[in-house]
Ligand binder design. Sequence first.
Ligand code: PLP
Length: 435
Amino acid sequence: VIRDVSTNAEVKALDRAHVFHSWSAQGALDPMVIAGGRGCEVWDFDGNRWLDFSSQLVNVNIGYQHPAVVAGIKEQADLLTTIGPSTANATRSEAARRILQHAPAGFSKIFFTNGGADANENAMRMARLFTGRDKIVSHYRSYHGNTGAAIVATGDWRRMPNEYARGHVHVFGPYLYRSEFWATTPQEESARALHHLERVIQAEGADTIAGILLETVPGTAGILVPPPGYLAGVRELADRYGIVLILDEVMAGFGRTGHWLALDHDGVVPDLITFAKGVNSGYVPVGGVMISDPIAHHFDERVFPGGLTYSGHPLAAASILATLDAMEDEGIVDHAAQIGRDHLGPGLATLQRTHDVIGEVRGLGAFWAVELVADRATRAPLPAPDMGRLKKALLDGGLLPFVQDNRLHIVPPLVITPAEVDRGLGIIDTALGAL
Ligand code: PLP
């Protein structure tokens, strides 16, 4: 711990000298300095505070510095800070058991990874080895992580400079507000997206497709809550063509949508579930794959050709146990559902009535998108300079926003109080008014 830096300027200078940042040209970076955080608030060294409506990268679900989770990590650090993945470790095994309590029936094994990307990487590998097939189908509107296959399974712009893995096919998923299928109702959107998916499966050759990898609720791409019937329809297609269904719950899982897993909303049971972020609110890096029994048993006699030095790291495992305890004891998942239903949802609907610049509000739990448009009739996205001005106004007003393309993602820690929701929405109201 560095204790002799005490100003924003010092921290920023050290960062700019030595830290190479993600997804950025390095020259003009001006990173925000954060000195500390507690609950739903963060602050810098110069006396500024922000209410966090981002949960960083939508991962700090239980808020900053939850005392029980910090204590759990310290306790494990005193006991055993590290141990190799081939050993049996009680904290790791118990973390796996506790995670699986929130999985659908028929899942009894976890493969632990360091984060969400390598969870998807290994899930795709399992699907390929299980089926003996090659291709993975995923959505254009998706983010699955920044490793070899996960970034190529990703649909957004980050895929294109990184397209070195083979065997990936993309389809358009449902997004009624900007429908690719000329649909006007959720039912039409769902049916036509399923038809498109099936035609792509057939045209690619069904027996070449190992897996369909989807975010249960696409997150970074715009919090695109799937219309009724879509996920069930994908499950049916996967069954019909012998394809493994992988649901990516890295962002949507562990309470974000107001259920333990986002797949609980539709009751659709995939073959593999990937997770990271909310499972321990990112207090220690971790992710993993929940493996359904047929796929787990496939590797009873065959070697699984994959592993990581830190798979099931004890500090990560301890942080998972403490996080799940806190979430269960404090009713955090139900709280997220209620905050969405009674506060965020109605509050954002009120903002939409007041501000023409809001084209659509959608979401559930503590997982909402506000789509900003230059013109409600044409739905033309609000241009980037306006989004930049909005972001600055929000930060100046004391709110840490999550800005993505022409959208504000309203994704606070799940523990946010109604009073904090009101405060945050008030700051947004003022900033939109000024815009
Ligand atoms: N999958 C989804 C849905 C995500 O949102 C992310 C990260 O934002 C990832 C995978 C990648 O996770 P990580 O950054 O931990 O590798």
